[in-house]
Design a protein around this ligand. Structure first.
Ligand code: BGC
Length: 713
């Protein structure tokens, strides 16, 4: 058992979840130390310091996991040790308590944020000693006087600490596990782009990029003077700060200054913002007074898209920023309003793009482990993982399918069977659950689902597109069953039961759903093989799109597959029409409206400059960024091969269009860099392909089998 000799300690008077206690232990060393290692974790998020230097660079450690397990971090702190020492740990509610965690408000209402740690000291003479959390520690309120992920942070540099005894807490329900995911770290500092005064007379700093993180302030001030900041992603049509879309998240920052020159950054809160309104700042405000700091999970960038179109390149950049903004220990829906949760559907639609853009294998491995734990506990797959909501009635199509789609995609992109081994039971359990709850056998019928969330064909006043819930349910039932079959075969399991089920679902679907009324219905029928008359359905989809001015109406469920459904059925040019469409609704519409991240809703800001809805209007939602996987996989044609996953072999089949001068994609795979670019030349195209492995390359219908190397066609 990890940390078995240390005790969980907490602040004795937890009157309010927004307080941030600090715990300390002073100690003197009287002989030289060879090495010092701190092992620590917490309920809540901690910041550890030794000799007033921060330990490690993990922001919001120990991360966010299923509530009965926490990850342990281990830091080499040899360099921070001296003769007289003070080990200090400041603790905030983080994801464990506070407004973000509804469940803990009820289920764990008597369990407070707490820390547990041990410092191992190995002396030069070979002796080893430990300092562990126990009754010897002291605690005080810290200078962070309020911290809540939704509401922000208050810090009082003039506040004094007053230490007293800690309280030992029974946390025996918590399992301490080794760090499994990637740590969140500071990734980039961004200098202010401009400072301006709004029509309301407010002073606003523009960072020219919507981002997730915090900031650093630098100023001269007198003790007791106050800095106050507010945040926004966008301006309204008059040019004033727009904050209604943060909903109930107060997203504040207040700082009471110390005396003299000072720099400060928040430590236990984050914001999603492009603009900062400076409500109060005692010093002269310059572009150097406040720098933005971008934070996200450590992930290696692996994928790059580039083209001759400036608008398209901006979209590609927005997709990357959408991922950077929402891969914060878990895949979140958005970073700014009162959600910031691990919505399963959003992760499901984006995982392929995510896994090409960045190396997210470890990131998903941890999150999927939590998904399986939540699934076992709840008997269904909750809407969000970690689960903080009320228990839903059942799993829901396209959201709960994160349980099958994500492991399968991680396997395809990185080629490691272990993710399938770990998740296989979760995958089967999910498919079995559908069989139990459906009202008609071999379909997913008569059940509630989120539906084609935010589809534009929603009836007035609704967030749910008009696509039949039974078609959505059945499409994903079929899809997830097919993934169980594939995964089972990779693992050498007997999946004959699921093979037979898959056949029955398709048969029943084809008998039951004989007409498709919405764009998304056609897309699902085509992409998930619900129809044996693909030609007719593809024509119908094409006609619907054309009748709508070559514009989509699809929501979260239809959009990820729309371009694929078209290009797989002979309508690649129409897919390009949709991709390159600049009028509302389209990807490039938001780009033309000045987006620097991907919007939640096609109509986040309409062409009159009005906002669609204050309830559901995030300007940093990655879901629709899933279009990048079509650009990688179809436009540039880089594809995984199921029998040779992880790009052990690759298929490259580009589909160029005359409407772009050039387009290129590059993915740094586990086997080296694959790239595919095409350039318009005269009446045709020149193709430049690089493969690190054996490849099948299909150029204008002609197939070539190639060894590793660079080729021009
Ligand atoms: C979230 C979504 C999520 C949805 C479920 C929203 O509030 O932000 O991205 O998938 O609810 O319908």
């Amino acid at each position: 058992m990890l940390l078995e000799n240390a005790k969980w300690i907490t602040y004795p008077k937890y009157h309010d979840e927004t307080i941030c206690p600090v715990f300390r232990r002073k100690f003197t060393l009287n002989k030289p130390v060879k090495s010092a290692t701190l092992r620590i974790t917490s309920l809540g998020c901690y910041v550890a310091e030794l000799g007033s230097r921060r330990v490690g660079d993990f922001i919001f450690a120990p991360g966010w996991t299923f509530y009965k397990r926490v990850q342990l971090q281990e830091y080499d702190v040899t360099e921070l040790i001296s003769a007289e020492n003070e080990l200090r740990v400041t603790l905030g509610a983080g994801w464990f308590k506070g407004r973000i965690n509804e469940r803990n408000r009820t289920e764990l209402k008597d369990t407070h944020p707490a820390i547990i740690c041990e410092l191992e000291l190995v002396y030069l003479d070979g002796e080893i000693s430990y300092i562990r959390t126990d009754e010897e520690w002291e605690t005080s309120l810290s200078k962070i006087t309020m911290s809540d992920f939704y509401d922000g942070e208050h810090y009082d540099a003039t506040a004094s600490e007053s230490f007293g005894p800690v309280c030992v807490q029974d946390c025996s329900f918590v399992e301490i596990v080794r760090q499994q995911g990637e740590k969140v770290i500071e990734q980039q500092k961004i200098r202010a782009h401009r400072i301006f005064t709004t029509p309301k007379g407010e002073t606003v700093i523009d960072f020219n990029q919507n981002l997730t993180g915090y900031f650093e302030i630098e100023l001269d001030a007198k003790a007791g003077e106050r800095v106050s900041l507010s945040f926004a992603e966008v301006l309204d049509k008059d040019g004033n700060l727009y904050t209604e879309n943060y909903r109930s998240a107060k997203a504040e920052f207040e700082y009471i200054c110390a005396d003299g020159h000072q720099t400060h950054k928040p430590r236990l809160a984050f914001w999603g913002f492009r603009y900062i309104r400076v409500n109060s700042f005692p010093d002269t405000l310059t572009l150097d007074s406040i720098r933005a700091i971008v934070i996200h999970s450590q992930m290696k960038r692996t994928g790059y898209l580039n083209s001759s179109s400036k608008l398209l390149n901006k979209l590609f950049s927005n997709i990357i920023w959408g991922q950077r903004g929402n891969f914060l220990d878990i895949p979140t829906d958005c970073p700014q309003r009162d959600e910031r949760l691990g919505w399963t559907g959003d992760a499901q639609v984006f995982v392929r793009t995510a896994s090409y853009n960045y190396d997210v294998e470890r990131f998903f491995e941890k999150w999927l482990a939590d998904l399986w734990l939540e699934q076992q506990r709840e008997g269904l797959i909750p809407f969000v993982v970690p689960q903080v909501h009320e228990k839903p009635g059942s799993s829901t199509a396209a959201w709960s399918d994160a349980s099958t789609v994500c492991p399968w995609q991680i396997y395809l992109t990185y080629g490691n069977k272990s993710i399938l081994r770990k998740q296989f039971k979760s995958m089967c359990t999910y498919v079995d659950e559908i069989g139990k709850i459906t009202k008609k056998k071999d379909l997913w019928y008569g059940c509630w689902h989120f539906g084609d969330w935010l589809g534009l064909d929603a009836p007035a006043g609704s967030y749910v597109g008009s696509t039949s819930l039974d078609i959505i349910g059945t499409a994903f039932y079929a899809h997830s069953t097919s993934l169980v079959v594939k995964a089972g075969k990779v693992l050498g399991r007997n999946v004959s039961k699921y093979e037979a089920l898959y056949k029955r679902i398709l048969k029943r679907a084809r008998e039951t759903f004989t007409e498709y009324k919405t764009q998304t219905e056609c897309v699902l029928a085509l992409y998930f093989d619900l129809t044996d008359n693909k030609k007719a359905v593809a024509n119908q989809l094409a006609n619907m799109l054309k009748a709508n001015g070559k514009r989509l109406q699809t929501g979260f469920v239809g959009t990820p597959y729309l371009l694929h459904a078209l290009s797989q059925n002979g309508y690649t040019e129409l897919a390009y029409d949709i991709l390159l469409q600049e009028n509302y609704p389209s990807w490039l519409y938001s780009v033309k409206q000045g987006a620097t991240t991907v919007w939640e809703h096609w109509d986040g800001i309409n062409d009159k400059g009005e906002f669609w809805s204050k309830d559901m209007n995030s300007f940093n939602h990655y879901a629709y960024g899933s279009v990048a996987d079509w650009v990688y996989g179809v436009a540039c044609g880089i594809q995984t091969i199921e029998e040779k996953p992880g790009f052990e072999q690759v298929l490259i089949a580009p589909n160029p269009t005359k409407r772009l001068d050039w387009l290129s994609a590059k993915i740094e795979t586990r086997h080296g860099e694959v790239s595919s670019a095409w350039y318009k030349e005269g009446d045709g195209f020149r193709y430049e392909i690089t493969t690190p492995v054996k490849a099948t390359v299909i150029i204008e219908g002609k197939s070539h089998t190639l060894e590793a190397g660079s080729y021009v066609f």
